[in-house]
Design a protein around this ligand. Structure first.
Ligand code: CP
Length: 313
């Protein structure tokens, strides 16, 4: 197994997270640093994506490497019945790094067991999305000037939302106070609440997206209710529109509040929020390019300069 794999955010320590954030800042300042000459990277997307795949591929291109891969598994031999194991072993013959998204939880971990080529998990079912977490942490740091002691409100699909699961785990190092806002059907799973209890992370649970919660938040992290995760479409219909953020709801929010969302959004953030200076989700997605440049270099064992800053927490 390659020790540069990134399957879960828990694969990297606090020190390494902070180093990656400094490297992310370096790439924001120097996005065209050509250090991947001769390297080939595969992006294997068994599930749809816009931002993750395109930002990873842009990252490789801007670093001077080359990309192969697919965005639609139905055009590959997996549609003829080829197993994930065989697909990974074949692609490993061709490339230096595999970046993969799969609809099954644990698929990326499984891939690490069948190849020595480094694997980056670009999302596995409702489990983990560690590269999203690195860009989320960078976005939080950039907008708040720190990662420590923030009130972070997670809203929407906390049951199936892999981005909130990864972010929650990464924030264990930074003394957050979480508010989990979700309907009964989409509450934060017990295993993540147990993780908070074990790590001493403060959290409260709410079914109401109240003024009090909004006005005391530093970060509001909205999420989409993901139709693709539901086996009962009637249940999806019941819960899909319960939490919607409108501009008027931000009137008495903190000056430093920023609205994050991993995107894509559907209806959970009204279009009238987009012009509010507290809306940060499009810049957040842009930060993904720089964060993923740092992660690609980590996976390939390539040394990267670090921006000089006070990012110690
Ligand atoms: N945030 C995110 O994972 O977006 P995509 O599904 O478009 O990659």
């Amino acid at each position: 197994m390659n020790r540069n794999n990134l399957v879960s955010i828990s694969d990297i320590s606090k020190d390494e997270i902070l180093q990656l954030l400094r490297q992310t800042q370096y790439f924001e300042q120097n996005p065209n640093h050509k250090i991947l000459d001769g390297r080939v990277v595969a992006t294997l997307f068994f599930e749809p994506s816009t931002r993750t795949r395109l930002s990873f591929e842009t990252a490789v291109n801007r670093l001077g490497g080359r990309v192969i891969g697919f965005s639609d598994a139905s055009t590959t031999s997996s549609s003829k019945g080829e197993t994930l194991k065989d697909t990974i072993k074949m692609v490993s013959n061709y490339v230096d790094l595999i970046i993969m998204r799969h609809y099954l939880e644990g698929a990326a971990r499984y891939a690490t067991e069948v190849t020595d080529t480094p694997i980056i998990n670009a999302g596995d079912g409702a489990n983990q999305h560690p590269s999203q977490t690195m860009l989320d942490l960078y976005s939080i740091y950039k907008t708040q000037g720190r990662l420590e002691n923030l009130n972070i409100t997670l809203v929407g699909d906390l049951k199936y939302g892999r981005t909130v699961h990864s972010l929650l785990m990464a924030m264990q190092y930074f003394s957050p106070t979480f508010r989990f806002v979700a309907c009964n059907e989409l509450q934060m799973p017990q295993e993540y609440k147990a993780f908070c209890d074990e790590k001493g992370i403060r959290y409260t649970e709410h079914t109401d997206f109240s003024e009090e919660v909004i006005n005391t938040s530093d970060i509001i992290y909205m999420t989409r209710v993901q139709r693709e995760r539901f086996t009962d479409i009637m249940e999806y219909e019941r819960v899909k529109n319960l939490y919607n953020l409108h501009n008027s709801m931000l009137d008495r929010s903190r000056d430093n509040l920023r609205i994050l969302h991993p995107l894509p959004r559907v209806t959970e953030i009204a279009l009238d929020v987009d012009d509010n200076p507290k809306a940060y989700y499009f810049q957040q997605a842009q930060n993904g390019l720089y964060a993923r440049q740092a992660l690609i270099c980590r996976a390939l064992g390539i040394e990267v300069p670090e921006a000089a800053n006070d990012m110690n927490a």
